[in-house]
Design a protein around this ligand. Structure first.
Ligand code: NDP
Ligand code: MG
Length: 393
């Protein structure tokens, strides 16, 4: 029986996680769920999975939330604030933590889980992008078990040999990691239409259903850029080992190429419950509620190289990855500010790349040697990004 804390339970990944968990009451119990603003969803999830604790990251929501819980006759205990987020990750009863808070807010609780040696199911790619080397050092030092949930990295994890040694591609006969991406909703949109893209259009992903921030990141392909950085740290790769391939059908979730000419791919329908189920049950397999791919209905199966003019954010992120930790922390922060401003109607879709590029150019290439420094660097990049947003607005 695994005992699980689900960070960001009210989000797309969080709700899918509870869905998979509830299919296997004999295998999993929920210790805690956490939410931020969506109190109604949090109550419904609590009724569904009966956690011991419910954590509200915003303490001000306590009174309203306690009333709803009482009305619904739900007996979970309410905790509030940042320390409580850490506590439900570190509790000795917990062996597994799903990290599914969006953005930089996910870093500290995820690190708390890593530092107590839990199995960490990592959906929050931003924490690795922000603190890659420090994060992976903590994983090794505290013997945490890190299982990637992002579908591409989960696919790579499945395609690597079981004795894969971190960073040692040659020993395993690996020549390349092929990271696939759909290209998002604007893959074939005429160039002149990019300026008038609305938030709802950007969030309408052709193959995946996700939260709004990652949906915009998928439309700009910054998501693939963040995943490029994520892959580097997760598997100990060099930038030249990773190739991004456009695959609009999202059936192949990524691939590993071997020295003998073999390429091993993981295929599946675009539904995150497959990755989540594998993370929860690894190395075993459990049902996830996802049907296998029906090959008779696959009419098209295509691949191409992403166009630099159409997807400047992808190439900015790869550039940041080559520059190092300070650059990836800065571009991640800039991108969060820019996407938020775009979703609020303050800047245009095409301005997101301008904000990211500007912040990247202005970043000092200092060495970030501890998490406090990472957070300071993140905060500075946010201030710079906000200044540019105000100019563009
Ligand atoms: P959602 O926007 O759907 O959910 C985000 C979750 O984080 C919600 O539970 C939200 O709470 C919570 N949250 C937001 N801000 C804060 C904060 N400041 N403090 C604490 N909690 C907060 O996002 P997704 O589920 O789509 O994505 C979650 C993570 O997983 C992201 O890092 C994303 O990149 C990654 N991911 C997602 C995939 C997907 O298919 N969705 C695929 C691969 C990776 P509330 O809703 O209550 O406000
Ligand atoms: Mg992904």
């Amino acid at each position: 029986m695994r005992t699980i804390t689900v960070l960001g339970a009210t989000g797309s990944i969080g709700q899918n996680t509870i869905d998979v968990i509830c299919r296997h009451p004999d295998k999993f119990r929920v210790f805690a769920i956490t939410g931020h603003t969506n109190l109604n969803a949090l109550v419904q999830l609590a009724l569904q999975c009966s956690p011991r604790y419910i954590v509200l990251s915003d303490p001000q929501a306590y009174t309203a939330f306690a009333k709803i819980l009482k009305k619904e006759n739900c007996h979970s205990e309410i905790l509030v604030g940042a320390q409580a987020l850490d506590d439900v990750c570190c509790a000795p009863e917990v062996d597994t933590v799903m990290s599914a808070i969006v953005g930089a807010a996910g870093l500290l609780p995820t690190l708390a889980a890593v530092r107590t040696g839990k199995r960490v199911l990592l959906a929050n790619k931003e924490s690795l992008v922000m603190s890659g080397e420090l994060f992976m050092n903590a994983v090794r030092e505290h013997k945490a078990e890190l299982v990637p949930i992002d579908s591409e990295h989960n696919a790579i994890f499945q395609c690597l040999p079981h004795d894969f040694e971190y960073g040692n591609l040659e020993k395993s006969g690996i020549t390349k990691i092929l990271l696939t991406g759909s290209g998002g909703p604007f893959r074939t949109l005429a160039d002149e239409s990019f300026d008038s893209i609305t938030p709802d259009q950007a969030c309408d992903h052709p193959t995946w259903t996700m939260g709004r921030k990652i949906s915009v990141d998928s439309a700009t392909m910054m998501n693939k850029g963040l995943e490029f950085i994520e892959a580097k740290w997760l598997f100990g790769l060099h930038e030249d080992d990773i190739e991004v391939v456009l695959h609009p059908q999202s059936t192949i979730h990524s691939m590993v190429q071997y020295v003998d000419g073999s390429i091993i791919a993981q295929l599946g329908n675009p539904d995150m419950r497959t990755s989540i189920a594998y993370g929860l049950s690894f190395p075993d397999r459990i049902t996830s509620g996802v049907e296998a791919v029906d090959f008779s209905s696959l009419t098209d199966f295509s691949f191409s190289k992403p166009d630099q003019n159409r997807y400047p954010n992808l190439y900015l992120a790869i550039e940041a990855c080559k520059q190092g930790q300070a650059a990836t922390t800065a571009i991640n922060a800039a991108n969060e500010v820019a996407v938020d401003a775009f979703l609020k109607g303050q800047i245009k879709f095409t301005d997101i790349a301008k904000v990211n590029q500007h912040v990247l150019q202005k970043t000092d290439f200092i060495e970030l040697t501890c998490i406090v420094q990472v957070l300071e660097h993140d905060a500075e990049a946010r201030i710079l990004a906000q200044q540019i947003v105000r100019k563009l607005n």
